[in-house]
Each structure stands twice: as structure tokens, then as C-alpha cells.
Design a protein around this ligand. Structure first.
Ligand code: F6R
Length: 366
């Protein structure tokens, strides 16, 4: 059932070209400029006229929500708030009928997310679910939703569910931008084409596996790690750090790279590996300066870079190349090497990667 892979997690990492394709299938057809999400049909009015989008989730799903914030604000120009379900439900949030709430959950059973949904529903908001497990509690509690169609995720650490969540949210953001006229036709079609090419790019990203395994061997005994990214890659830094913590039990932190100088930089010495997501996008030059700051303090630098990059290669101890895509879709590709890095490090440390200690696949208690 692990399809020849040693662990479910590795199988699920490798499934991503297909799970993303499954998620896009029947919904996105770039050639004809078609983008349809069946679940949205009856709530299109509410979606289009939403004054605000509130995204609520926990853990990795919350990270997907952060990516969605960037997507919705960039393409549809709608204000977005991303809320930890556990905080949202207990802080008497301001919420009403003009709010469109998106609840993201792989399992569809997370207790805090479910409670956040019930609260928002009681205030008259429209609730849309982005879930993976068909027929689970959250899809039943929401007004409407779109499944991620990633297939069963067995490994406790979420991988293919995350990229499928982002795929659904990206389709929603592009659709909303087009409908609201904030995303011009030409740009819209270009982005549809780019999104359609993502499974191939993820496939390509997976070919760095051997190189990542080698890097993992070099760093498997560290006790701390810092993950830094900016823009669309900031949530990816958080996700990379969470993956490492969960399965290898190494303490890791993710930060927006610019926040480093506001505190975390004090941690940097020759013992500290810093994983930069340094793809060629609008924040590239800024990230390069952050890399220089770490290098000046003798931190070890592992950088995820765009294919063919030479600038970062000269500064970093290790680089991992990924294919270029539109920066809005970077997380779908840049998270792949971070999933593999945490996987290999955990295996080398003898950890139970599919069932890490203290964690459960569905968190049905608050
Ligand atoms: C991370 C992880 C958890 C879940 C979180 C939410 O790898 O597994 O952080 O993402 O418990 O779970 P769902 O998405 O099922 O609501």
C-alpha cells in the first residue's frame, strides 16, 4: 500500500504532481480559459460581493491560508484575514453577512476549525470549506465547498494536502480577480496556463531528491534551524519549519526574512543552519541581502533557488534548484524540497516519520 516507498510520507510527497493535477482536473482548462468550481456555483454572488474574506484553519492548513491571503489580495483586491481557528473562536471576532469565510482542513474533523465555522455561521457569514476527506464533519457544516481531491493522506505530516489546498485557493483567487475585473483577461489566461504547468514543475523539483538527501546527511545532527522567505515564500518558510519540527524533533523557526534583524539574527553562529527560499521573484534582491547578513555571521546557508541561479550559489553552502514559475505559484514548487529535507533528516535520525510522537492525524479535541 506504500507503493514501493519506504514511508507514506515519501509516497505522498512523490504523489504531488498527480494530486495537484487531480485537483485541477475538470476545473481548469487554460486553453479555453475555463475555470469552474462546482461548489461555488450556488454562492457565486456572495463570493463576488464579499467585502472581506476570512480564512480560518490550523497548522499546515493555516499556512495554506496565508498563501491564499497573498493570492486573493493580489489578484482580487479583497481584504483578507487569516485566523488560527483556536484564536478566532474565542476572541469575539467582528464578523457579519458580508464576510465570506473559507475554512481549510485536510481531515475535515479539526475541532477548533469546526467551532470557528459554527461561530461564523451564527453571525450570518457564508462559509466555504476547502477539505480533503470527503463526507467529513467540516464539509457537512459549511454552506458550500470544494474538495482538494488529493487522495488519502496517511502520513501525519501534511504534504500533498497542502499543495492541493493552495491549488484550490489559487483557482478561487484567479476566478474572483477575473470576475471582479481586477485581473485583466490577458494576465488571467497567462496565470491559468502557468497553474496548469505546475504538476510538471513539481515533478522536476522532485529530481533534486538525491542532492537533498546528501544535504540532510550534513545537517541531521543540528539542534536548531531557521527558515526564511519573503512574499509568497514566507508561509513556505513557516511550513518548512513545521515539517522539520514535527517529524525530526529538531527545533525550527520560520520567519519573514526581513524580521531576522529584529531578533532571530542573535541566534546565528557557525552552528546554525539557515534555510532560505531565494527564488527569482520580486523579493529576490532583498532575500539576497538577507543571505549576505547570515553569511557575515558565519551561519550555514541552504538555499532553494530558481534553476540556473548563480548569485546565491556563490554565497550559499548548498543550493537546491527548482523550476521557475510565476511568483504567486512559487509555494507549490518551493515547498517540495523542504518536505524532502525534513523527511530525510527524520529518517536519518531514526524517527517514526509517518507517526511522529504526540501527534494525531485528526485533532478532534481542542
Ligand atoms: C502538519 C499537520 C497539522 C495539521 C493541523 C490541521 O503537518 O499535520 O499541523 O495541518 O492539525 O489539520 P487539518 O488540516 O486536518 O484541519
Amino acid at each position: 500500500e506504500k507503493g514501493g516507498y519506504e514511508h507514506f510520507m515519501l509516497k505522498e510527497i512523490y504523489e504531488q504532481p498527480k494530486s495537484i493535477e487531480d485537483c485541477l482536473r475538470g476545473r481548469l482548462d487554460a486553453k479555453s480559459g475555463r475555470l469552474v468550481l462546482g461548489g461555488l456555483r450556488d454562492y457565486m454572488n456572495k463570493f463576488q460581493n464579499a467585502e472581506r474574506i476570512i480564512i480560518t484553519a490550523c497548522g499546515t492548513s493555516w499556512h495554506a491560508g496565508l498563501v491564499a491571503e497573498y493570492l486573493f489580495e493580489e489578484f482580487a483586491r479583497v481584504p483578507v484575514e487569516v485566523e488560527y481557528a483556536s484564536e478566532f473562536r474565542y476572541r469575539n471576532p467582528v464578523i457579519g453577512e458580508k464576510d465570506f469565510v473559507i475554512a481549510i482542513s485536510q481531515s475535515g474533523e479539526t475541532a477548533d476549525t469546526l467551532a470557528a465555522i459554527e461561530l461564523a455561521k451564527s453571525k450570518g457569514a457564508t462559509i466555504f470549506g476547502v477539505c480533503n476527506v470527503v463526507g467529513s464533519s467540516i464539509p457537512r457544516a459549511t454552506h458550500a465547498g470544494s474538495y482538494t481531491h488529493a487522495g488519502p493522506e496517511i502520513g501525519v505530516a501534511s504534504t500533498k494536502a497542502f499543495t492541493a489546498q493552495i491549488s484550490v485557493l489559487a483557482m478561487m483567487a484567479l476566478m474572483l480577480g477575473y470576475q471582479r475585473g481586477t485581473l485583466p483577461q490577458g494576465k488571467y489566461v497567462e496565470l491559468l496556463n502557468e497553474l496548469e504547468s505546475i504538476p510538471k514543475k513539481v515533478q522536476k523539483a522532485l529530481t533534486a531528491n538525491e542532492a537533498i538527501k546528501y544535504i540532510s546527511g550534513e545537517y541531521k545532527d543540528v539542534s536548531n534551524a531557521l527558515y526564511l522567505g519573503r512574499g509568497y515564500n514566507f508561509p513556505v518558510a513557516l511550513e518548512g519549519a513545521l515539517k522539520l519540527k514535527e517529524i525530526s524533533y529538531i527545533h525550527a523557526e520560520g520567519y519573514p526574512a526581513a524580521e531576522m534583524k529584529h531578533g532571530p539574527i542573535a541566534l546565528i553562529d557557525e552552528e546554525m543552519p539557515v534555510i532560505f527560499i531565494a527564488t527569482q521573484d520580486s523579493s529576490y534582491d532583498k532575500v539576497v541581502s538577507n543571505i549576505q547578513e547570515v553569511k557575515a555571521r558565519k551561519g550555514k546557508i541552504i538555499a532553494v533557488v530558481t534553476e540556473g541561479d548563480t548569485t546565491v550559489r556563490e554565497m550559499a553552502d548548498h543550493v537546491i534548484e527548482i523550476p521557475k514559475t510565476h511568483e504567486a505559484f512559487n509555494p507549490l514548487v518551493s515547498v517540495i524540497p523542504l518536505q524532502l529535507l525534513s523527511y530525510h533528516i527524520a529518517v536519518m535520525r531514526g524517527c517514526n516519520v509517518d507517526q511522529p510522537r504526540n501527534l494525531a492525524k485528526s485533532v478532534t479535541v481542542e
